[in-house]
Write a protein that binds this ligand. Structure first.
Ligand code: NI
Ligand code: MN
Length: 225
């Protein structure tokens, strides 16, 4: 299984079977993305919430690839009205798909699509794929129930925002790490815009003091999980 990071909160998981799961594909209009949307294909697209820097190129990629979009109910309904395939879930729900399971979690944030047509609920996404548990928190502030998530699930990879201003910054992202206790943490949602400038190496230094291993990915880098 491979994980590729496109910058911001955009990741692509490629399973050993070749199935591609894209998360928060903000590529076109993202000044730090090394790829454009037309270079990326997906079988499934997971969207944490409706903000433009997460919904991103979902509709275009889903149309071209006939991908199934998996997200919270209101956003899923909105995506259906745009003519793409969607599966609606909501916070607390878990659902098996042919690639593995998805569970949606809460996220302390807001959600509205760029065209203002859909106000929904922001989410985090826990993926159970092959033998790994991957928790993409979406955009969120720190919340105490992350401790519960850490107790219930042996998270292998935690994808956590560090850019501050709209989400957790480095200090709270370190606290999220100590709450969830993943095997690895990967910082996201930083250095895309001036408002979310953060030093991922400083995050790595601080979180590793707490005994959590950290992998800072280059924009475009792909690693084996
Ligand atoms: Ni957001
Ligand atoms: Mn965001």
């Amino acid at each position: 299984m491979k994980l590729r990071y496109f910058s911001h909160s955009s990741f692509l998981i490629t399973l050993d079977t070749g199935t591609k799961i894209l998360m928060d594909p903000f590529l076109n209009g993202n000044p730090t993305s090394p790829v454009s949307a037309d270079q990326i294909s997906a079988d499934y697209i997971l969207v944490s919430h409706g903000h433009g820097d997460h919904l991103g190129d979902t509709v275009g990629i889903a149309e071209r690839c006939n991908a199934l979009c998996i997200c919270e109910n209101e956003l899923a309904t909105y995506l259906s009205t745009k003519g793409v395939r969607s599966h609606a879930m909501h916070i607390g729900g878990t659902r098996p798909f042919d690639f593995g399971k998805v569970k949606l979690t809460q996220a302390l944030h807001s959600s509205v699509t760029p065209d203002k047509e859909c106000i929904g609920t922001p989410t985090g996404m826990i993926l159970f794929v092959q033998d790994k548990i991957i928790y993409h928190t979406g955009d969120t502030g720190l919340f105490l129930d992350m401790k519960l998530i850490g107790e219930l699930y042996a998270v292998d990879y935690l994808l956590v925002p560090i850019g501050d201003n709209f989400t957790m910054g480095i200090e709270d992202a370190v606290r999220a790490g100590t709450f969830i206790k993943p095997k690895w943490v990967i910082p996201m949602h930083y250095n895309t815009f001036d408002a979310i400038k953060a030093d991922p190496k400083e995050f790595k230094r601080q979180v590793e003091i707490s005994g959590i291993r950290c992998r800072v990915l280059e924009f475009g880098q792909e690693i084996e999980l």
